[in-house]
Design a protein around this ligand. Structure first.
Ligand code: SF4
Length: 317
């Protein structure tokens, strides 16, 4: 098939209508570029989208996001074909925690502590890692998930060390933290953030909990993307400085246009976009819809234990 150019493509709404006729549900993460968000039937965070896919009982899903998100959709909707625009769209955070390393570390800690720690896995991890976890969490429900575990029970939190450190701060726990990070949230510039705050007096700063402590401490609110969206929708005429992936601003402007949004820039350049998310383009989406390729699969042995860990989270939150 010839590679389409942007000029050859249907408009986002036409693409969505075409997908509907073909029985394909398009899901887009909030960190995707505007065209992909506009073409989607639903936009949300990874878990909202996976739950949506399961609730819709779709026969085919085209997931505009990164690999672990498509895997999560497959775990919750094993009957569905899960198509992605680019199979190489990965995640630095998910890559930082390999299942074999986690298995070894769980074994080591069990010997050291004299009992098996409860493994809490942030949803940004592979299906193989989810299958080794006792329970999954998102940035929105992580506090509740951690609080549901007996205080004396040791916890291993994977893979994001900044989210884990923030949870330790707010819960008073001393969870053992894996040392993974998100390459986007780790690189916001403290100096530029302080300069923006000085320039925009009265502004409100929101930071994602994947940001390091120095950025969180400068922020008025530490929130996951769903929490950020709730806050901006409930606000009127405010200026928000936003320390999360830059495409989130598109969603804020669309759903809460009454406020002003200023993206916090990264330390090394003015850009705060995830290079993995950016692998997905309108052209690749259109090709994937037509060919129903490439698809993401999850080995059968991971599906059931990973689904149980996800369902434990859903029962808690
Ligand atoms: S923004 Fe960070 S956590 Fe999200 S997909 Fe990109 S690298 Fe992974």
């Amino acid at each position: 098939m010839d590679k389409p150019s942007l000029l050859d493509l249907p408009a986002p709404a036409e693409m969505r209508d075409w997908a509907t006729e073909q029985g394909i549900l398009i899901l887009a993460h909030s960190y995707q570029e505007g065209f992909l968000q506009d073409a989607a039937h639903f936009v949300g965070d990874s878990l909202e989208l996976a739950r949506k896919a399961a609730a819709e009982q779709a026969e085919a899903i085209c997931f505009c996001g990164v690999h672990f998100m498509a895997e999560t959709a497959k775990i919750l909707s094993p009957q569905a074909e899960v198509i992605v625009p680019d199979l190489e769209a990965g995640c630095s955070l998910a890559d930082s925690c390999r299942a074999e390393d986690l298995r070894q570390y769980q074994k080591f800690l069990t010997g050291k502590l004299g009992r098996r720690p409860t493994t809490v896995a942030y949803v940004n991890c592979s299906a193989a890692v989810k299958a080794l976890a006792d329970v999954i969490c998102t940035s929105g429900n992580a506090g509740k998930v951690v609080d549901s575990i007996e205080p004396e029970q040791p916890i291993l939190f994977v893979p994001d060390m900044h989210l884990g450190a923030w949870l330790n701060e707010v819960s008073g726990r001393e969870m053992i933290l894996w040392n993974g990070t998100c390459m986007v949230h780790e690189l916001f510039s403290v100096e530029t953030l302080q300069a923006l705050q000085a320039e925009h007096e009265g502004s409100v700063t929101m930071a994602h909990p994947e940001c390091p402590k120095n950025i969180r401490d400068l922020s008025d609110h530490v929130l996951g993307t769903a929490g950020m969206l709730r806050l901006v929708k409930a606000s009127e005429g405010k200026t928000f400085i936003v320390a999360t992936e830059g495409n989130m601003i598109y969603r804020f402007q669309k759903e809460a246009p009454q406020n002003t949004y200023i993206p916090a820039p990264g330390a090394s350049c003015a850009c705060n976009l995830c290079p993995h998310m950016q692998r997905n383009t309108p052209e690749k989406l259109w090709e994937a819809l037509q060919s129903r390729q490439p698809q993401v699969d999850v080995p059968a042995e991971f599906i059931e234990p990973a689904r149980q860990a996800l369902e434990r989270m859903l029962a808690i939150s």
